[in-house]
Design a protein around this ligand. Sequence first.
Ligand code: NAD
Length: 366
Amino acid sequence: MEQYTMPTKIFFGKAAIDILASLTFKKYYIICDPFMQKSHKVDTITEILKEKSATYEIFADVVPDPTIDVVTKGLEGIINFEPDAVIALGGGSAIDTAKAITNIYAKTVENKPPKLIAIPTTSGTGSEVTSFAVISDPTTKAKYPIIDNSLLPDLAILDAQFTLSVPASVTADTGMDVLTHTLEAYVSTNASDFTDACGEKAMRLVWDNLDKTVKNGSDETAREKMHNASCLAGIAFNGASLGICHSLAHAFGGQFHIPHGRANAMLLPHVIAYNAGLNEATEYCALARYEQAANLLGLKNGTPKATVHSLISRIKRMTKQFSIPQTINEYGIDPTEFIEAVPIMAEKALADNCTVTNPRQPALAD
Ligand code: NAD
């Protein structure tokens, strides 16, 4: 027997943010990064809160790839403020920070713990509907995916107006993260009809809209579709979990401080080839799943291997078009430094939670 649950209430579409006005909480702790304050995006939220005479405090110290220190600092703030709701406004970094802070704080309060409201401003991580939070330790250069159902936000507000200002390079990186989520969830050993339903829809939405949002960030329709795709992909991988593209991206991204979606985009073609055994005599079960995904995206090309080759070529073409580096040289990483870090990164990737559901179990040598 299996179970599929999605307890987060999702509000989406134009003016979805207006739902905030109807919430009855009195004290809001807003967690975001400094850009959300400087760009006045947070004002959209605080205006609504002021209008209903709610009080709020802003913690705007979130950094990309949030660290243990940031979580600790935010925790001090929440303990002093004692809110009845937390608002996470930002990309995966802000939402993951808020999840960690709220979760730890909830364990210390005797009465009702605060509710968590996630408002994503990138279309990428799907963190607003996942039980994952990725926290980094700069001293070990490690990124730790923490997984627990208690991390799931109570409410997710998908209002694409917040994504219109995302620069093209971040749009591309985060969009490739969505595509990676759909494909990893699809070939995961935990995939089910339920996770496939969300993953397949998300995959097609990315295929049809990512390019549009990178070329024209003001395309509101495409932005909305990508925002929905990001959330649907989050629902898919929350049920199915992920695979070694993410394990490797955590290790590689943590070591060289590479934006998460970019690290995934660079690794994805290699992971597909490895999982499907494309360049080997043995055929792995993931080959058929990648073929199915490629067929869904209209890439049918004769044999299963030829079809999966087409999928890889298309992904490479996309990343090239988006000016995402294809190799460590193109990224500007020193090759000697990279080679020295390989054993450390391989060990971290092998121990990463996401490796468990990869369709092909790798050895350290792989
Ligand atoms: P991010 O949150 O780090 O943001 C990237 C950059 O974009 C930041 O500089 C931010 O200020 C900027 N930005 C965000 N919204 C913007 C907007 N509307 N306009 C202009 N600039 C904007 O990036 P991300 O890719 O969303 O999140 C990455 C983090 O999420 C990583 O730590 C990754 O490991 C984690 N992650 C979490 C999950 C999960 O399920 N919890 C899944 C995948 C990744």
